[in-house]
Design a protein around this ligand. Sequence first.
Ligand code: OAD
Length: 247
Amino acid sequence: MTVDAAATLIGSARSAVALTGAGVSAESGIPTFRGEGGLWTKYDPVKVSSIDAFLADPTAYWEVARERGGLAQAARPNAGHEALAALEARGRLHAVVTQNTDGLHQAAGSKRVVELHGSGRTVECLACGAREPRSDVQARLEVEMPPRCRTCGATLLKPTVVFFGQAMPPAAVREAYALAEQADVMVVVGTSLVVYPAADVPLAAVRAGARLIVINAEPTPFDRLAEVVIHGRSGDVLPRIVDLIGG
Ligand code: OAD
């Protein structure tokens, strides 16, 4: 059985590393970007979250973020996040590299989390650099659109997430590649693997000799490179792997 094979690989790994994406948080009620019901089936990502579009019209971004950001604020970690945290706590998983900006891995107790696309929990004013918690900005969207900086009054408040057209945080990228190159097992969970350079992280691991496990609701372009492919929900599959590996 494939779940057994995944448990055997992770259970005997010297350094297993996970790369996660929006699918891991789907069972927490945060819609994914692609795939069934994905955000980008309703909106054009270049219009909503590219840096050029944002600078031209922050309102368009915040109108979408009012809904999705609200869901992310309210979301709690699910069984998939908890399973990854449990694997780390038991010494079976070295780190989680994530494309997610929702902070749910940390909320579940994962300690080493590399955020490739930044964090949606903080908002920064592009005019004066002041920062404030996302929850504060999110709370005033009903009465203030677009939201204004509390310090300078500008309407260029942007979450500290990476938008299309922006570079990824260099330190996070370096750490992700270093982890990938040292990994002997790479577990990819809940990502369509179509956004680069994040999708290059598991490729770097495979190039360096790691064995690849893919756990995703739908097929991915890397399934053919994987030793184990499980098409299922991370909140179902990961806890079963934890149970099979045991304490
Ligand atoms: P996507 O939305 O592209 O892919 C999510 C994948 O998760 C899809 O292939 C779904 O089939 C799968 N999925 C859905 N529910 C699942 C579940 N319960 N268990 C397992 N898999 C499930 O998300 P990402 O690959 O993370 O970029 O997207 C990458 C980047 O594109 C995001 O980080 C974001 C976006 O534009 C930025 O914000 C810069």
